[in-house]
Design a protein around this ligand. Structure first.
Ligand code: T1G
Length: 701
């Protein structure tokens, strides 16, 4: 059990190395191995000090999440850390990669910490719906002070080594080999007779915080917006508060109580589901990790509109030179100006240096000359959403681009296979559906055409990782995965307001469920004209027997396209993005209901929530049956990253399982009886409900 941790002496310094790839998680074997190695180091008379470090690519990156939910086998991590802190020999933690969670807690139990410059440290537990449960909420505030510790613990984002050093978390940045540097650092500390610093015994900074009790309420207020609906961030604050009000041992006990509250919350289970789902999504059964990929050294984007410009920024941000091709100089200039303004806004917020902005802009080359894309390794088309235009672009690219070039379309509604017919290289054609704004939203739907080769898929997957996208493979169908499911969600929202709900009532129900905004505010943000154009394209084929709400069309006919025109479903004061109810819209809704003979009624919040969320689940089941999505958790990732589904509810398919599919099926069947064909229960949902199973059972199939 202890082969995952080794001990060997280098000169007079004993080195404990954790070897538990891929991230040196603190499994029970690692905890035991660390204790064994510490005992060996203390018994080693020739060792005057000890170093603990990680083998492979990182220091310990946290507790072993896969052990959660199982009875915790000894030794308890708090005990392990206390043995380090109480060691009679000086102990140095040597950090590289990502020293996270329990890993950082182990490091805080050591007397000193050194790191390579590229190391990161942090407490991401809150992103799993947890909190640092091995002394992190008690030691970090004692080391760096309460105010800098709060955002690290309640926010969960990692810190670069430089920032960690400035805060006092890291004592020394090591150049060159980490082990050699750490051994030399430890030897120096011994030679200088530096004290064995025990953070748990240093109360100065937390006692100071007692004189500003208001800082906790102020911090809670500062996270209210982004932590809305979450359980763990506010437990993190309570745990840090205990570090201020209680002695260390009692604070540790309080931390453990709060940790267990978080661990037992449904939110943590949902967030851990999302954590593993985001990694599972990269596994494509017939495109294994070993599939060869093409090098992507240069890229090109056709179209410098909102999407094209945002897509180009992704390449520049990853250091990949990118040509941006437009048809007219004015459109090109406008597109490049929007890119420049986007970067300038980020510099203004202090999240990008001017030098970085200049470096990235220098990688983006605007041009009217199509032959500029001849040598690009990948070209992404982001032109007008009309099949004729797209096929003309792909035919032209097929003639111009080098044979190995991948030709990708950013279409959100058109048939990728049909676009591929415009080329002689269908195996190189693929869908890369970015979400707007493309330089911000992390989701990328990779749409596999019937003839997209495995190499093309693997290459685009690798590129997606380079441009920091969470990518999900989707089959080729109308709306792929996300937008196909969204259709039912938006349809029911429109029906609900004709039946008697108001747009603001519907939006509030969905906002309170945990989305950043409801369907009507979202439509106003995206622009109502986008959907209008699509509906007009399909009007001729829409069955006349099907219920249809014309309200959105009426809004568009009046030029009410949403925020961009100052009015849509809501009205917006000049320069404001705050939606305001508009009597003109209410009148349009009432007129539409009357024209359809719909008797308006009071609609309950519960009905609104079910009629908006259940269509996601029902359509998601159909998408799984058709093989458009590989697994239910892929759909969860799409909705969390692309549509703001609250991570603490795990995504639509996970959420359905928490409700129980029997109940979901019964409710959908009832809506089917009441509202007709749109509510036909998906066969897969029906089968799973009858078998007493959940979507989770599919993943295991
Ligand atoms: N436990 C178990 N498995 C883990 C793991 C963990 N902590 N972290 C990663 N893995 C798996 C992951 O599922 C994947 O598996 C493989 O390792 C590579 O991960 C007491 C209670 C470290 C930044 O939250 O953020 O400590 O798919 O693809 O992109 O207070 O992994 O190969 O089968 O993500 O290089 C706190 C979570 C835990 C860190 C590396 N720590 N991990 O990113 O690789 S709770 C975390 C990450 C805790 C204590 C509390 C990232 C990474 P597979 P990967 P990567």
């Amino acid at each position: 059990m202890t082969d995952v941790v080794s001990y060997e002496r280098h000169g007079t310094i004993g080195v404990i190395t954790v070897n538990n790839p891929p991230v040196n998680a603190l499994s029970v074997g690692v905890r035991r191995g660390i204790v064994d190695s510490l005992s060996r180091g203390l018994a080693d008379g020739a060792a005057t000090a000890l170093v603990i470090m990680g083998g492979g690519r990182t220091f310990i990156a946290g507790a072993d999440i896969r052990e959660f939910g199982q009875p915790l086998a000894p030794p308890d991590l708090n005990e392990v850390i206390a043995w380090f802190e109480d060691s009679p020999k000086l102990v140095v933690a040597a950090l590289h990669g990502t020293a996270l969670g329990g890993g950082l807690e182990v490091a805080l139990g050591c007397h000193y910490r050194c790191a390579v410059g590229s190391a990161q440290v942090g407490f991401p537990e809150v992103k799993l719906g947890l909190l640092p449960g091995a002394g992190g909420t008690q030691r970090l505030p004692r080391l760096i002070g309460v105010e800098p510790a709060l955002p690290i613990i309640a926010g969960g984002d990692p810190l670069p080594a430089s920032k960690a050093q400035a805060l006092g978390i890291i004592d020394e940045i090591v150049a060159g080999d980490l082990r050699d540097g750490a051994v030399a650092f430890a030897a120096r500390l011994v030679a200088e007779r530096r004290p064995l610093r025990k953070i748990s015994a240093s109360d100065g900074k937390v006692l100071t915080a007692r004189s500003t009790p208001g800082l906790f309420d102020a911090f809670r207020g500062s996270i209210e917006r982004q932590a809305r609906g979450y359980f763990a961030p506010f437990r993190c604050v309570e745990a840090v508060q205990a570090a201020v009000t209680l002695p260390f041992a009692e604070g540790l006990r309080r931390e453990r109580e709060l940790f267990l509250e978080c661990m037992q919350s449904p939110q943590s289970r949902a967030q851990i589901h999302a954590f593993f789902a985001e990694r599972e999504v990269t596994k494509i059964p017939d495109v294994p990790k070993e599939t060869p990929t093409q090098p992507i050294m240069t890229a090109a984007v056709i179209g410098a509109g909102t999407m094209g410009g945002g897509i180009a920024m992704n390449f520049a941000n990853a250091g990949i030179p990118v040509q941006v091709v437009e048809a007219a100089q004015t459109a090109l200039d406008r597109g490049i100006e929007v890119i420049r303004n986007n970067y300038a806004a980020t510099v203004e917020k202090g999240r990008l240096t001017q030098a970085d902005m200049d470096r990235r802009l220098a990688l983006i080359h605007g041009t009217l000359a199509w032959d500029a894309v001849a040598d690009a390794d990948i070209v992404i088309e982001a032109v007008f959403e009309e099949m004729g235009v797209k096929k003309e672009v792909f035919a032209r690219l097929d003639r111009i681009c080098k044979p190995s070039a991948i030709l990708a379309t950013n279409t959100s509604t058109l048939d990728v296979d049909e676009i591929a017919t415009a080329t002689a290289r269908p195996e190189k054609v693929i869908g890369t559906h970015f979400f707007s704004p493309a330089n911000v939203m992390r989701l990328l739907e990779v749409v596999r055409g019937a003839k997209s080769s495995k190499e093309t898929i693997a290459t685009v997957a690798e590129l997606a990782r380079r441009i920091r996208k969470v990518w999900v493979l989707a089959g080729n169908c109308d709306g792929f995965i996300g937008n196909r499911m969204l259709a039912g969600y938006l349809r029911e929202a429109a029906f609900l307001v004709e039946e008697g709900a108001s747009p603001e009532q519907v939006d509030k129900v969905i906002y309170d469920f945990g989305f950043p905004m409801g369907p009507f505010a979202m439509s106003d943000l995206a622009g109502l004209d986008v959907g209008w154009r699509i509906r007009k394209g399909k009007a001729a084929t829409r069955p006349t027997t099907q219920r249809y709400s014309p309200v959105a069309d009426r809004l568009c006919e009046r030029g009410r396209f949403g925020q961009k025109t100052g009015a849509g479903w809501f009205r917006y004061a000049p320069g404001s993005r705050t939606p305001r109810p508009d009597p003109e819209v209410e009148a349009l809704i009432v007129a539409s209901a009357r024209a359809q003979g719909i008797e308006r009624r009071a609609v309950s919040d519960d009905e609104i929530l079910e009629r908006c969320i259940y269509p996601l689940i029902n359509e998601g089941a159909r998408i799984l049956e058709e093989g458009i999505a590989l697994r239910p958790s892929d759909i969860d990732i799409i909705y969390i990253y692309g549509y703001g589904f609250p991570p603490y509810r795990g995504g639509p398919m996970y959420y359905a399982d928490t409700l129980g599919l029997k109940r979901v099926y019964d409710d959908i069947a009832a809506y089917h009886r009441a509202h007709g064909e749109f509510w036909q229960p998906a066969p897969l949902l029906t089968r799973l409900a009858e078998e007493g199973k959940g979507f989770r059972d599919l993943a295991r199939a």
